[in-house]
Design a protein around this ligand. Structure first.
Ligand SMILES: [Zn+2]
Length: 471
């Protein structure tokens, strides 16, 4: 037991948790001394990186992707980092990923050079300060870090980037064993990020964990075994010109009438479909985030003034397809979704969102959900939507097909995303598109038009048949 510990513990206990920055500073100094100070670091190993928000079933763990190699380099002074992942199998976004950040600018490096990732910058920078040495450096620089915790597990807290409360645990060996914070997520609201560091070893005079586990939203995101660490490895990541000038693109909507009272609302990466009933509206798909929902709602109000949105329907729960749901719940809409999503959405749609408050955190509406197992029908006698719950495909164990029997329009996501009209037909029919076609046959849907959530827009069913090499 060190003298420092008794001093800190005494103060923390006698002042009933109201500790002085002086004590935090001495804990941080001791940890920096034990772990070794670095201005930059590079570490590599193997393990897995999971696909956040893309669980096979809502509420289950993020799908794991094994990596054949993992390397991360960080320059703490430049506030820059580069993360290179090579996946053992092809995955969404390619088999290699190279993500970079420098301060408020982020980009990915691919075969076509650097691609700006404006919205990712803050989280990537935050992750620099969640690393063991990054945490100590940022906590010390914050100047107002506080100390709490128990003997052998001092907890140092500070606020990173002006809004993220970061808590780091330092053990009796003066090693950082756990760093946690809360980030904003359009689906989950306040979302826990917990990094656990264990199996500390000496790497070139610096203590570094051989085991890194980062969990986000309750499930592992990275699980790494570190085999090599280079303290003070040089790293300079100047912001590429195309990245420096990049801004978040404005949210745009384009409306295409598919039938009487039915519009495809496109204009971004993820589309929605507006369906007009006598007394109210239904929106199929609430993708991305609140900004997208507000734009789709504005388009809906422009096309059909003075009717409330009573229903919002989902194709599946994946976060890029359901990040806009909270905005509709705040409007009072009922969420029509696959039965397997109901318990999960009841939780997420009522979750607090204090890091990035949204319409639902202010409205605090009790989420109304209508679970679909088998077939459900929304109708007012004139307009009809049929909803079919399926057992999914290789990328989700649940999806619903949303079919308008009047104009014979089918809404689906991810299984088939029509490319340019002259795009070549794939040599091997993609299994999820084949499964979609089989599902259409099984349900005996007399589809004329597919209104997809991704892709160039609505297409005749013949295009799906051509895509999978069928007539
Ligand atoms: Zn999906």
């Amino acid at each position: 037991m060190t003298k420092r510990w008794w001093l800190a513990a005494g103060l923390a206990f006698t002042m009933a948790g109201c500790s002085s920055p002086m004590d935090a500073a001495s804990v941080l100094r001791d940890a920096q001394q034990a772990m070794g100070s670095v201005n930059s670091i590079q570490y590599s190993g193997t393990g897995m990186s999971a696909f956040f928000g893309q669980a096979l079933t809502a509420g289950e763990e993020w799908p794991r992707r094994d990596m054949s190699s993992y390397t991360r380099a960080i320059n703490y002074e430049q506030r820059s980092a580069r993360e290179e992942m090579n996946f053992a199998q092809p995955t969404f976004g390619g088999q290699q990923q190279n993500t970079q950040v420098n301060g408020e600018k982020a980009w990915n490096v691919g075969p076509n050079g650097p691609a700006p990732q404006v919205a990712a910058a803050e989280e990537r920078q935050l992750h620099i300060w969640l690393t063991p040495h990054g945490f100590l450096r940022a906590a010390a620089a914050a100047g107002n870090a506080t100390l709490s915790g128990t003997e052998g597990a001092s907890v140092i807290s500070f606020t990173a980037l002006g809004k993220y409360k970061v808590d780091g645990t330092i053990d009796a060996q003066n090693h950082v064993t756990r760093v946690e914070t809360t980030i904003a997520n359009p689906v989950m609201g306040d979302t826990d990020v917990v990094a656990t560091y264990s199996d500390y070893r000496d790497f070139g005079g610096v203590q570094f964990p051989a085991k890194i586990l980062v969990a986000q939203g309750g499930f592992p995101l990275w699980d790494l075994t570190i085999t090599s660490v280079t303290p003070n490895a040089p790293l300079d990541l100047p912001v590429p010109a195309a990245v420096a000038s990049a801004t978040v693109p404005a949210v745009q909507t384009v409306n295409t009438k598919l039938a009487n009272g039915v519009w495809h609302i496109t204009g971004g990466s993820h589309h929605s479909v507006l369906v007009e009933f006598n007394e109210y509206l239904a929106i199929v798909e609430a993708p991305l985030d609140e900004a997208r929902s507000q734009a789709v709602l504005a388009a809906a109000r422009m096309l059909v003034p003075n009717k409330p949105v009573r229903y919002v329907l989902t194709t599946h729960h994946h976060f890029d397809h359901s990040g806009g749901l909270r905005a509709y719940v705040a409007e009072g809409a009922t969420v029509v979704t696959h039965q397997s999503n109901v318990a999960y959405f009841e939780k997420t749609l009522a979750a607090p969102a204090t890091i990035s408050p949204d319409a639902q955190s202010k409205a605090a509406k009790k989420p109304m959900l209508q679970g679909v197992s088998g077939k459900d029908i929304l109708t007012d006698g004139k307009q009809t939507i049929e909803v079919y719950a399926t057992s999914g495909d290789t990328h989700t164990k649940e999806y619903t097909l949303i079919y308008l029997p009047g104009p014979r329009v089918l809404v689906e996501a991810d299984a088939y995303s029509p490319g340019p009209a002259d795009a070549p037909v794939p040599a091997t029919p993609p299994p999820n598109a084949v499964a979609l076609d089989a599902e259409i046959q099984r349900l005996k849907l007399n589809v004329a038009t597919i209104a997809p959530i991704h892709g160039r827009g609505a297409v005749p069913i013949a295009e799906l048949k051509k895509f999978i090499g069928r007539k």
